[in-house]
Design a binder for this molecule. Structure first.
Ligand code: SF4
Length: 335
């Protein structure tokens, strides 16, 4: 029997009880990540990407949150696991690179002490060896003077430096899985390239699986093996990065790619946006959540389209195959 993938998520739902009713942040998400594989999770703000990542590590602590479905890491079910056991899994089993380094770091401890603490909490290394490892990690994430930065407090570092410290902490225990929430957004392209190379080395040398959230489709094409596109808490399209970038089959994915300025040829006077707005936060959506913005919407779209395999990709859209093919070739469909 083939071994189970490193991470298996099935029908994950996250909802929050609010005064205005129940807000659905993640609405039935399923995906797998193999050892050494990178999944790029893309979509606009509010599409549920961050809540999906937080759910994986059991970091949705809001008492008004309702979480259901299954998150299996290395064959172990994390949903419903005791907080004590989850704390043991975080760090060495799975770790997260947070989007905002200001809130991810403790303001009253030096950055060096925080990295050493993380290493020693999940290993039997001595303080001296953990310090040496921390200095090595600071160098690996592109900090030019690790010895000088080690005794500094987070507020004494720039945003980009803090983000690199957060990344050093996340990779310090060589976890089986890293979930990264826009880890390179605050960094210039040179440091971004260093971070991507570091993550790539981790996955190659240690078989680390990575879920990488970003708005930057260029970064996805560089680091990811496969992509899942989220919209309104659901995955609307997924597949190997090469196939999906060459032939997006969902109108929303196509809209995302159309909004990227062309690298060659004349620049258009205006970028092509996707008209309209995503559904207001949490409003229940029975049919296709993209329907109000989709120029191809037709009668069947009033029910929820399932995510079904179409060649190498999976797509949640009722448009007939022939229409999607024409869409791919010509960039337009007469549905
Ligand atoms: Fe558009 Fe319908 Fe496809 Fe949704 S299911 S993306 S509304 S055509």
């Amino acid at each position: 029997m083939p071994a189970e993938p490193l991470l298996v998520i099935r029908d994950l739902k996250v909802a929050f009880r609010t005064e205005r009713g129940t807000v659905r942040a993640v609405d039935g998400v399923s995906f797998d990540v193999e050892h050494g594989e990178v999944l790029g999770l893309v979509g606009e703000s509010g599409s549920g990407k961050t809540q999906t990542l937080l759910s994986i590590l059991g970091l949705i602590l809001d008492p008004n949150a309702e979480l259901s479905g299954s998150v299996r890491l290395g064959g172990e079910e994390l949903v419903g696991m005791s907080p004590r056991r989850l704390r043991r899994i975080r760090g060495a089993g799975a770790s997260m690179i947070f989007q905002d380094p200001m809130t991810a770091l403790t303001p009253v401890n030096t950055v060096g002490a925080q990295i050493v603490e993380q290493i020693r909490a999940h290993s039997s290394l001595s303080a001296k060896t953990a310090r040496e490892k921390a200095l090595r990690l600071l160098a690996e994430v592109g900090i030019p003077d690790p010895v000088g930065v080690f005794p500094r407090f987070p507020h004494q570092l720039s945003g980009g430096m803090r983000q690199r410290v957060v990344i050093a902490m996340a990779v310090s225990c060589e976890p089986s899985l890293i979930v990264a929430d826009e880890p390179t957004t605050a960094l210039d392209v040179t440091v971004q390239a260093q971070i991507l190379a570091l993550l790539d080395r981790l996955r190659r040398d240690h078989g680390t699986g990575i879920v990488f959230v970003t708005h930057d489709l260029g970064v996805v094409s560089e680091i990811a093996d496969k992509v899942a596109v989220m919209y309104a808490g659901r995955i609307v399209e997924s597949g190997p990065v090469g196939d999906l970038f060459a032939a997006p089959r969902h109108p929303y994915t196509h809209g995302l790619f159309n909004s990227i300025p062309p690298l060659r040829g004349p620049r258009p006077p205006r970028l092509t946006g996707i008209p309209g707005l995503p559904p207001s936060n949490g409003a229940p959506v029975e049919g296709c959540a993209f329907a109000p913005r989709c120029v191809y919407a037709f009668a069947p779209c009033s029910t929820r389209p399932p995510l079904v395999p179409e060649g190498a990709q999976s797509v949640a859209c009722f448009l007939p195959d022939a229409a999607k093919e024409r869409f791919r070739r010509e960039g337009e469909i007469a549905a």
